[in-house]
Design a binder for this molecule. Structure first.
Ligand SMILES: CC(C)(COP(=O)(O)OP(=O)(O)OC[C@H]1O[C@@H](n2cnc3c(N)ncnc32)[C@H](O)[C@@H]1OP(=O)(O)O)[C@@H](O)C(=O)NCCC(=O)NCCS
Length: 188
């Protein structure tokens, strides 16, 4: 994997296959905290959210039921993988929650985020979840379009939830999607 985190190589099975969009989603652990933080900072810069550092990711993935994922594309060298995005989700009883997701600006609109979401949906169903929830900022039109396309519906909101450097606070929309029979079958 062409990152400055050499430990990352070890977290990827070279037997795994690329999906139909040319991406591979891999679960990662403590060896990948720095790459998760770097991807978060680069992915959220244009959104205006504060970056999460490696300590924040360490706390998050230590929570029960929490999984961190990287979405990767093939690198220049044989079997090398380059991470272009990430996500963290957790499963608790019948509910899964997407805690964060991001794709590097130069890798967007190529299906990376959708690949991660499909992976999460299958894993969540396998872990016993029946629906997936998340929060998205009212001013984040790209993400809102993305979730709309995946079939999420608004079920609530938190006014003044997100802070912005040079503007008023922004409402968080709470979105939810039932995990349907297709994911149930795909998890078997
Ligand atoms: C939202 C985000 C994760 C989408 O990642 P992505 O890899 O570009 O998404 P995909 O390529 O899988 O997009 C799948 C579909 O979602 C929709 N979509 C994605 N980005 C969109 C955009 N900017 N505008 C409109 N629709 C969009 C489209 O329907 C797209 O399919 P299409 O490209 O064939 O039209 C990415 O824009 C991002 O990292 N944004 C910054 C971080 C962020 O906002 N995270 C979410 C916080 S809640």
């Amino acid at each position: 994997m062409s990152t400055d985190n050499s430990d990352q190589e070890n977290s990827v099975s070279q037997d795994d296959k690329l999906d139909a969009t040319g991406h591979m989603v891999v679960a990662v652990g403590a060896a990948s905290l720095n790459i998760l933080a770097a991807l978060h900072a680069a992915s959220f810069e244009d959104v205006g959210d504060d970056p999460w550092d490696a300590v924040a990711f360490a706390r998050m993935i230590a929570m029960p039921g929490c999984t961190a994922l990287l979405v990767c594309v093939p690198g220049d060298k044989p079997k090398a993988l380059v991470p272009v995005g990430f996500a963290v989700f957790r499963v608790a009883a019948d509910e899964a929650e997407l805690l964060t997701i991001g794709v590097l600006p130069g890798a967007r609109r190529k299906g990376a985020a959708e690949s991660v979401m499909r992976h999460i949906e299958r894993s969540a169903v396998a872990g016993g979840a029946r629906h997936l929830i998340l929060e998205v900022a009212q001013d984040n039109m790209a993400a809102r379009q993305f979730y709309l396309r995946l079939g999420f519906k608004q079920v609530g909101q938190r006014p003044d939830y997100y802070s912005r450097a040079n503007g008023p606070r922004v409402t968080a929309y709470i979105l939810r999607r039932d995990l349907n029979e297709n994911e149930q079958k795909a998890s078997n």
